[in-house]
Ligand binder design. Structure first.
Ligand SMILES: Nc1ncnc2c1ncn2[C@@H]1O[C@H](COP(=O)(O)OP(=O)(O)O)[C@@H](O)[C@H]1O
Ligand SMILES: [Mg+2]
Length: 558
């Protein structure tokens, strides 16, 4: 039956997965693409790419502007130096020419001729010279050499007007090192004016240097940058998008997988592509979460299954008894017996339901603790008193040792339940003629409640498990089991618990910030100790408390 069910649910899960598989592509696309009311900026890939491209664009523009500025300045400086050198050279030539001319001519005439000679001698492709006297008259001026592709004679048309030269001279008055730009026709020049004294008269030498080369270079740079920057940006953003896509691929893979996950396949895990990177770490963390979820789901499932299993037997006993009693007319004794059995089972049922309810509320953190002040040793005495008749019925000696007043602030009903659970177990699992000793002690900041029995003990391998829910050792070990060994199984389970007693007891101690331990268990018996903080502090080691408990037990002979 179980196998059949498992096969059925597996088949169902398989079909559901296949259906989801078919759905997946559009769903993922919907999720990560544009459309469906989502803008493309909702994609991390696009945003990353845009940021990256933006920053790169800023860097490129700044870098280009800086480089351009540097080239421009260097070119200007070179022009400046070359203008200074050449005009100085021209002056030297003019001065020596003037000395030569003085041999044949006099004064102004010699200056004139010298200027003309120098100007004719200094025929450079990129430079032009003009000599002006102090009154602004042009003494001499050379013509530009024809440009390689220019028709002959074109250059001679580009004589520099006297007014332009005089303006240049006037422009440097008081700032002799200043350079000026001017345009002649469609050619651009930078001009330097050098004032000098030759043969007693002041003259101005105007040197023009063509800056076409410089202008072409800068224009080339500008044009190159204008297409290099956009192309670089385009390539970089395509690469960036590709990279972002590639590095976010694990996220998409994880989302796809997570989208298909539900309570049925919680055992599946997200793909961890590279456990050492951040996304791998995320996937591992998520898988850890799934692991814990799966674990608690599993626990819940087991709890449900165990609980229904436990509830089934008393219900079927009550039903069976009722059916048998009603099947024919019976004697009043028979009815009485049936009703007694039904009542017993109903009690057991309500006990189990009560325990289950307690645990469910405790799990949900909803069990309200109602602490109040009472004396622990009085409560223990009450419990011992209540258990005495049951112990006596099994020929068990039950002793109790209080250890002074023990005022405590705790939930009295829960602490009573804790004590009763321990006592109930001790009585249930101790053979006839055995001994049970209950002791209350104050040790440091804790109160300990110890229940020591002379029962058969708990096998080592089961000692940790007895605190688990629904864990029970063989029911034949109980009094009822032994007494009813020949009777049907139902009778044996009539007094057996559901294996919830110690789980509840442990929860009660923990809810009070204390703890419950099986201090010792062997063939001579078991010792359970519950520690409750007298005022919320941690307690002593169980072994130390046990030692005292045992000393007391020896003294009193229990
Ligand atoms: N004092 C004890 N001596 C021997 N075995 C014990 C003792 N107390 C508990 N156990 C074992 O631990 C199991 C769990 O106890 P508990 O949770 O109280 O469940 P239950 O009493 O319903 O069986 C018991 O079934 C029993 O096997
Ligand atoms: Mg019990």
């Amino acid at each position: 039956m179980r196998q059949k069910l498992a096969a059925l649910s597996a088949a169902r899960a398989g079909a559901a997965n296949r259906a989801k598989e078919r759905q997946r592509p559009p769903r993922i696309r919907q999720r990560f693409g544009a459309g469906q009311g989502r803008s493309m900026f909702d994609s991390v890939r696009v945003r990353l790419t845009l940021w990256y491209t933006g920053v790169l664009a800023l860097v490129l523009v700044c870098l280009s502007a800086g480089t351009y500025w540097l080239v421009e300045r260097t070119a200007e400086q070179r022009t400046f130096i070359s203008l200074a050198e050449i005009s100085q050279g021209f002056l030297t030539t003019l001065q020596s020419e003037y000395k030569d001319q003085l041999k044949e001519r006099t004064g102004l005439e010699a200056l004139h001729a010298a200027a003309q000679e120098s100007v004719d001698e200094f025929r450079l492709r990129d430079h032009r010279f003009a000599v002006l006297d102090s009154a602004g008259n042009v003494l001499a001026e050379n013509q530009a050499l024809p440009a390689p592709r220019e028709p002959a004679g074109a250059a001679s048309q580009r004589e520099i007007p006297g007014a332009v030269l005089r303006n240049l001279v006037a422009g440097t008055a008081g700032a002799p090192r200043r350079l000026q730009d001017l345009t002649l026709g469609d050619e651009h020049f930078r001009a330097r004016v050098l004032e000098a004294e030759v043969g007693g008269s002041w003259i101005n030498i105007v040197t023009l240097q063509s800056i076409e080369g410089e202008r072409f270079l800068l224009e080339d740079i500008r044009e190159t940058l204008l297409w290099v920057i956009p192309i670089t940006l385009a390539i970089a953003s395509a690469g960036g998008y590709f990279l972002a896509r590639k590095s976010l691929a694990p996220v998409v893979a994880m989302s796809e997988k997570a989208a298909l996950m539900g309570a049925q396949n919680l055992h599946e895990r997200l793909p961890v592509l590279n456990p050492r990177d951040e996304l791998g770490y995320l996937a591992s963390t998520f898988n850890g979460l799934l692991e814990r979820l799966n674990h608690s789901f599993e626990q819940q499932r087991r709890f449900m299954a165990d609980a229904s299993h436990e509830l089934r037997s008393p219900v079927s006993i009550i039903r069976g008894e009722a059916e048998v009693a009603l099947s024919q007319v019976r004697s009043p004794e028979e009815y009485r017996e049936s009703l007694a059995i039904a009542l017993d089972e109903a009690r057991r049922l309500s006990q189990i339901v009560d325990d289950l309810f307690t645990l469910a509320r405790a799990d949900a953190g909803e069990y309200p603790l109602r602490p109040r002040d009472f004396y622990l040793e009085e409560l223990a005495a009450d419990c011992v008193h209540a258990a005495r008749s049951m112990a006596a019925a099994h020929g068990i000696t039950l002793t109790y040792e209080p250890d002074g007043e023990m005022p405590i602030h705790a939930d009295e009903a829960l602490v009573r339940r804790l004590a009763m659970n321990l006592l109930d177990n001790a009585i249930k699992y101790t053979p006839e003629g055995g001994k049970i000793n209950v002791a209350c002690q104050r040790r440091g900041a804790d109160y300990s409640l110890m229940v020591r029995d002379s029962g058969p003990g708990i096998p080592v391998e089961a000692q940790q498990k007895i605190f688990e829910r629904f864990f029970r050792l063989d029911p034949a070990r109980t009094h009822s089991g032994r007494e009813n060994s020949g009777a049907p199984e139902t009778a044996a389970s009539a007094t057996a618990g559901a294996g919830l007693g110690l789980a509840i007891a442990r929860w009660i101690t923990e809810a009070h910030h204390g703890r419950l331990t099986l201090v010792r268990s062997d063939a001579s018996g078991s010792v359970f100790a519950a520690y409750l903080p007298a005022n919320g502090a941690a307690g002593e080691e169980p072994e130390a408390a046990l030692a005292k408990h045992e000393r007391t037990a020896e003294r009193t002979g229990t």
